[in-house]
Design a protein around this ligand. Structure first.
Ligand code: XLS
Ligand code: NI
Ligand code: NI
Length: 445
């Protein structure tokens, strides 16, 4: 990737150059300690293991406002009263940031990239204009689009749902936004297109017909897929599960729920799953669990890497710094073929009190280093320890004889039951969980 440090007219992050790898002993907060993009682990460069992507919304739209107070940072690209100029400056800033950090991908919602207009047509025109500029930036920098999506959850018209709204008159607006966002994703060569159903759920069963709503969601996604394929989208559609927030009961609860949904509505060939760590936490799962379940179904798509706070029951979207989560995640990914055409999108924001421009760099660097360490550790566990052998041997009784016969579906319940008397009481076998935990800790060094 060529690095153009002053992509636009103006430099928005002055004093910060291309972030480089300085090794584990470096004390420089603006350097990588573990993420060495060209280092090859398990046959692949770190860059290709992760396919890191910058989340446009948190990094360039979120100014730190929360329900208790306004923003805490002023964006230098903000032109008061001129949303298009602001969007153009934001694009310059985003590409300056992405290239300085040395990340290969980014992700956006339609409304992050371009402002909503007064009419549907004006909104579409804005998005087209900004997407054309983004294309130039991509070509100049080599940065690519991991995924695009439509924000069909912020506007008040979506309060009661987007594709699941009980009022049909809302659906055409969802379609207009999704169609335009798919078009922009195609124009920008995006590898994926995401659906996160923030308003696709409900608060009270008293006023909700869940069957009709979920059927509408299935039908809408079929039509979106059909349009995308017709328009030339060759990438993967992704559903991002989340169990709650903003609605109380979200329909795309977790990986398992989405797997069932995709099969029910015949979407499993075109869709996969985009898994977010903080959403896993809210669903009372671990990140690794969600990824494993999606992999098992052949439906693992991509990742939103962030972390929640186990003491808070909402999506705090923190940068991932938990080395255990990173290690467990990388253990699952390495055993299941890796990130594929997905990537690791930082769906994370700086804390409201982190107000220096460099904090945005530090947050990403810290997370990239955490994941790089997770990768190194997980790879060592797999290559040097007995971990894999131990795990496989737990299932060895299914590899031959009656176990293999059962696994291949050739043993009926009667035959299986008859074996109980013949085999007698099975010998007690330890699950050895503490030993597995010990091995993981042994390699965290
Ligand atoms: C919100 C979601 C959202 C999606 C994209 O919780 O994580 O940011 O990733 O719409
Ligand atoms: Ni997300
Ligand atoms: Ni989220």
């Amino acid at each position: 990737m060529s690095v153009n440090l002053t992509v636009g007219e103006k430099e928005f992050f002055p004093g910060i150059g291309r972030i480089s790898f300085e090794g584990p002993d470096s004390a420089n907060p603006l350097a990588f300690k573990h993420y060495d993009e060209n280092r090859v682990i398990a046959g692949k460069s770190m860059k290709d293991h992760f396919r890191f992507a910058i989340a446009y919304w948190h990094s360039f739209c979120g100014n730190g406002s929360d329900p208790f107070g306004p923003g805490t940072v002023d964006f230098p690209w903000e032109v008061p009263g001129d949303p298009i100029q602001t969007a153009k400056g934001k694009l310059d800033a985003a590409f300056e940031f992405i290239t300085k950090l040395g990340v290969g991908f980014y992700c956006f919602h339609d409304r992050d990239l371009a402002p909503e207009g007064k009419t549907v047509a004006e909104s579409e025109k804005n998005l087209k204009e900004l997407a054309a500029l983004a294309k130039q930036k991509q070509e100049a920098s080599g940065v690519r689009l991991l995924w695009g999506t439509a924000n069909v959850f912020s506007h008040r018209r979506y309060t009661n749902g987007a594709a699941t709204n009980p009022d049909f008159n809302v659906l055409p607006h969802v379609a207009a936004q999704v169609k335009a966002a798919i078009d922009a994703t195609i124009a920008l060569g995006g590898d994926n297109y995401v659906f996160w159903g923030g308003r696709e759920g409900y608060y009270s069963l008293l006023n909700t017909n869940t069957k009709r709503e979920i059927d509408h969601l299935g039908a809408f996604l079929q039509k979106a897929r059909d349009y995308g394929r017709k328009a030339g989208f060759k990438g993967t559609f992704l559903i991002e599960p989340k169990p709650m927030e903003p609605t109380k009961h979200q329909y795309d609860f977790d990986s398992a729920t989405v797997i069932g949904f995709l099969h029910k509505y015949g979407l499993e060939k075109d869709f996969k799953i985009n898994i977010e760590n903080n959403h896993a936490t809210l669903a009372s799962h671990t990140f690794a669990h969600e990824v494993q379940i999606a992999c098992d179904a052949g439906l693992f798509g991509s990742l939103d890497v962030n972390q929640g706070d186990p003491h808070n029951g909402w999506d705090t979207d923190e940068f991932l710094t938990n080395l255990y989560d990173a290690t467990h995640l990388m253990l699952v990914l390495l055993q299941n073929g890796g990130i594929g055409r997905g990537g690791m999108n930082f769906d994370a924001k700086r804390r409201r009190s982190s107000t220096d421009a460099e904090d945005l760099f530090i947050a990403h660097i810290s997370s990239m280093d955490t994941l790089a360490r997770g990768l190194i550790i997980a790879n060592e566990i797999l290559e040097k320890s007995d971990y894999l052998k131990m795990k496989e041997s737990r299932y060895a009784s299914f590899d031959t004889g009656d176990g293999a016969k059962f696994e291949s579906g050739k043993m009926g319940l009667e035959e299986l039951a008859a074996l109980a008397g013949k085999l007698g009481e099975p010998k007690q076998i330890s699950g050895k969980q503490e030993l597995y935990e010990m091995i993981v800790n042994q390699y965290i060094r």
